[in-house]
Design a protein around this ligand. Structure first.
Ligand SMILES: *Cc1c(COP(=O)(O)O)cnc(C)c1O
Length: 439
């Protein structure tokens, strides 16, 4: 195993050669077959593949109902509306997630109230939820971040105590389990994404799932213009309430259906590779590897590590240290990156309350004043500053040999940390500020 030798970032040999890591998703004959059949079928809008995708996904995830959408974010907005959140109502969300886990609340004029995360799980900290509940709170939006289920037992009991709805953002968590049951079946409704990076990739797309007929009905009204009946039913095009156009299209659904047939094998590969990588990185000083709490089955969408600059003997800015480590790992041929460098409450949209203009929805007279002081979320901030993720190298078609090499590359960097010139490596970042990245 390659671990000694000069770091690639200092001119040494790369641990992983350029063509070893394949792009995601992995495409096979079945993908070509489904997508070409859709192309030739001449039903390109919400078509037969969409209907089949809904049925197959609901079956796979053991949900009663599913509606396929053009994004996970659209499905999240449907979830907020389906749970009866109205103007000025509050929704509890984790302080660290993808942006739209929080902005979907604004889409329906409701107000996100942030809760700090738990350091170990990186998910919302159930112990901090109750103090954020007010008479305006209608729902808790939980995110199963990086593919690890949030503690649905603790969250469920808080929700029952205060009669709140629970929306699961499972956009990263296809196949993740809590106490032997898949995510997406714990809350009142749940949402999955089929964006290219996700475990089921359809280019773009999403799925709203629920076991409640009433929530299905409410979600469906938003989905197709505010009509009661969607495509495939006898439409009269009467708009009953404010709707959007969140429907999926047949080509994307065909791609998604084909990828769904690979999903169980893909997940098994990710799980096996993550296990290998965890073994490789055990007891590496200064690196905290992900742990899986009792009762959870991770899907390993992201393998998330945290770097302890102090334990590595670096007393400067922890973000710069992490950035330098990531650069050195990437130079070894492993795609590593900080996944999300900003906690949600610190983002401009919340800091400047920039949504519908005139400060709306926060300025609505019936709204309660909420604060978005980033200092209230120290755990999320520390996580933001210290983490990096590995994803594609641990997914299909890569096998255990690649996972072993990834481990070797990271160990090589940690074994040679004293050779990195942190200030030199992060000069660009400090000059131009942190650049944003596409999801
Ligand atoms: C990707 C993602 C979303 C949004 O899904 P899109 O399909 O890109 O709209 C929402 N929440 C989380 C946690 C995500 O990772």
């Amino acid at each position: 195993m390659l671990r000694s030798g000069k770091l690639a970032i200092l001119g040494g040999e790369k641990t992983i050669p350029d063509d070893l890591i394949k792009p995601w998703p992995s495409i096979g004959d079945i993908d070509r077959e489904y997508v070409l059949a859709s192309l030739e079928g001449n039903e390109h809008a919400y078509g037969p593949n969409c209907i089949a995708f809904e049925e197959e996904f609901a079956n796979w995830n053991e949900n009663k109902y599913a509606i396929t959408t053009n994004s996970g974010t659209a499905a999240l907005h449907m979830g907020i509306a389906a749970c009866g959140c109205e103007v000025g109502d509050e929704v509890i969300v984790p302080a660290y997630s993808w942006s739209s886990s929080a902005t979907c609340v604004l889409h329906h004029n409701a107000i996100p109230v942030f809760v700090d995360i738990d350091w170990e799980t990186m998910n919302i900290d159930p112990a901090r939820i109750e103090s954020k509940i007010s008479e305006k709170t209608r729902a808790i939006l939980v995110v199963h971040l990086h593919g690890l289920a949030a503690n649905m037992e603790a969250i469920g009991s808080i929700a029952r105590k205060y009669s709140l709805k629970v929306i699961e953002d499972a956009c990263q968590a296809h196949g993740a389990e809590f106490q032997g049951k898949k995510v997406g079946g714990w809350g009142d409704c749940a949402v999955f994404s089929f964006n290219q990076n996700k475990c089921v990739s359809a280019g773009e797309g999403g799925m709203f799932v629920t076991d409640s007929k009433e929530l299905l009905k409410k979600a469906k009204m938003l989905w197709s213009f505010g009509e009661i009946k969607g495509p495939g039913e006898e439409r009269d095009y009467h708009v009953h309430s404010l709707g959007w156009m969140y429907r999926n299209n047949d080509l994307s659904a065909a791609f998604g259906r084909a990828q769904l047939t690979h999903l169980d094998t893909f997940l098994a590969t990710q799980r096996k590779n993550a296990l290998v990588l965890r073994k490789e990185l055990e007891n590496l000083s200064g690196l905290m590897i992900p742990r899986v709490p009792e009762g959870c089955k991770h899907n390993w969408y992201n393998f998330v590590c945290r770097v302890d600059a102090g334990a590595c003997g670096y007393q400067g800015d922890r973000r710069r240290f992490r950035d330098a480590v990531v650069k050195a790992i990437e130079a070894e041929g492993v795609r590593a990156r900080a996944w999300q460098k900003f906690i949600l409450p610190a983002m401009g949209v919340f800091q400047t309350r920039s949504a519908y203009g005139h400060g709306f929805p926060w300025s609505w007279p019936g709204a309660r004043k909420v604060s978005y002081d980033p200092a209230d979320y120290p755990v999320a901030q520390k996580h933001c500053d210290t983490h990096f993720v590995i994803s594609v190298p641990l997914r299909a078609p890569h096998g255990e040999e690649v996972a072993t090499l990834v481990g070797g590359a990271i160990r090589k960097v940690f074994d040679n940390l004293n050779e990195l010139d942190i200030d030199q490596l992060t000069k660009e970042e400090s000059r131009i500020g942190i650049t944003s990245r596409i999801s």
